[in-house]
Design a protein around this ligand. Structure first.
Ligand code: SAM
Length: 228
C-alpha cells in the first residue's frame, strides 16, 4: 500500500455500508441484464483497484454501464480524482443522479451507449451484461474499456459450474484467485490488453425476472484485472 497517493484509508466495512446505502435499480430490465452488483462484490473490486493496485486515488475513472452508479460512486468515495459514468437506460441514470445527490460526491453522468465515450481514463470499472440475453454482450464493453482505459476491472461469468469452488467461496466469503478463461484471455490480448489476475467471487441475486426459477441464485463471478 505504501507509495500510493491515498487521501485516507477507508475500512472495507465502511465502504460496504456506503455502497449499501445507495439505491439499486428500481425496475430492472432483463434485456439489459440490469442487476445491481452486490456491495460485497463491488467493495472487493474497489478495494483491489484502490489499495492493492493504486488505481483509484486521484485517478480518472470510468464506470461503463454504470446503472445506479454503485461502482463510480464507490470510486469517488475512495478518493478518485474524476469519475464519469455512462448508461443507456435513462431510469438508471435518474437513480444514479439521486444517489450522487445523496452521497454528495462528484460524478459526471451520461445517458447513452458506451460507444459515446471517447478520451482516456486511468481506470475503467465495469459489470457488463454477461451475454445471457444477448450473446457475448460483455465483449463490446471489453473493447470499449481497452480502447479508452489503462487499467480495467471487469466482471464476467465463471465459465463452468464448479461446486467445489462455490463451497470454498461460501466458507471463505472472499475471493479465490483462478485461471483466466482462455477465450476471454485471447480476446483481451487481441484488443491490446493483458490479464494480470482473475479472482472468483460468489454472487447471489434474488429472483428478479420471470425466467428465474429459484428465489435466489448463487453463482460464481470472475473479476478480471487487466492492463493495457
Ligand atoms: C449488470 S448491470 C451493472 C450496473 C452497475 N454497473 C452495477 O454495478 O450495479 C449492466 C448495466 O449496463 C447497462 N448497459 C447495457 N448495455 C449498455 C450499452 N450498450 N451502453 C450503456 N449501458 C449499457 C445496463 O443498462 C445496466 O445498467
Amino acid at each position: 500500500m505504501d507509495g500510493y497517493p491515498q487521501k485516507r484509508l477507508i475500512r472495507k466495512l465502511d465502504l460496504e455500508l456506503f455502497l449499501a446505502s445507495l439505491k439499486p435499480q428500481p425496475n430492472p430490465q432483463a434485456s439489459l441484464e440490469q442487476y445491481t452488483t452486490s456491495e460485497q462484490i463491488a467493495a472487493n473490486m474497489l478495494y483491489l483497484a484502490a489499495y492493492t493496485n493504486g488505481d483509484i486515488a486521484d485517478k480518472r475513472v470510468l464506470d461503463l454501464g454504470c446503472g445506479t452508479g454503485r461502482l463510480g460512486l464507490g470510486a469517488a468515495f475512495l478518493g478518485a480524482g474524476e469519475v464519469v459514468g455512462i448508461d443507456v437506460d435513462p431510469l438508471a441514470i435518474h437513480e444514479a443522479r439521486e444517489n450522487r445527490a445523496k452521497a454528495g460526491l462528484a460524478f459526471e453522468l451520461i445517458n447513452g451507449d458506451i460507444n459515446a465515450i471517447v478520451g482516456r481514463f486511468d481506470t475503467v470499472l465495469q459489470n457488463p451484461p454477461f451475454g445471457v440475453q444477448t450473446r457475448e454482450a460483455d465483449r463490446a464493453f471489453l473493447v470499449k474499456a481497452l480502447e479508452v482505459g489503462n487499467h480495467i476491472y471487469s466482471l464476467h461469468n465463471h465459465p463452468e459450474v464448479d461446486e467445489r469452488l462455490i463451497k470454498m467461496l461460501k466458507s471463505s466469503g472472499g475471493m479465490v484467485q483462478v485461471q483466466p478463461n482462455t477465450f476471454l484471455e485471447r480476446f483481451i490480448a487481441k484488443h491490446g490488453g493483458q490479464v494480470t489476475a482473475v479472482y472468483a467471487m460468489l454472487m447471489t441475486i434474488p429472483k428478479m425476472f420471470d425466467f428465474h426459477r429459484k428465489l435466489k441464485h448463487d453463482f460464481v463471478i470472475d473479476l478480471y484485472a487487466i492492463k493495457k
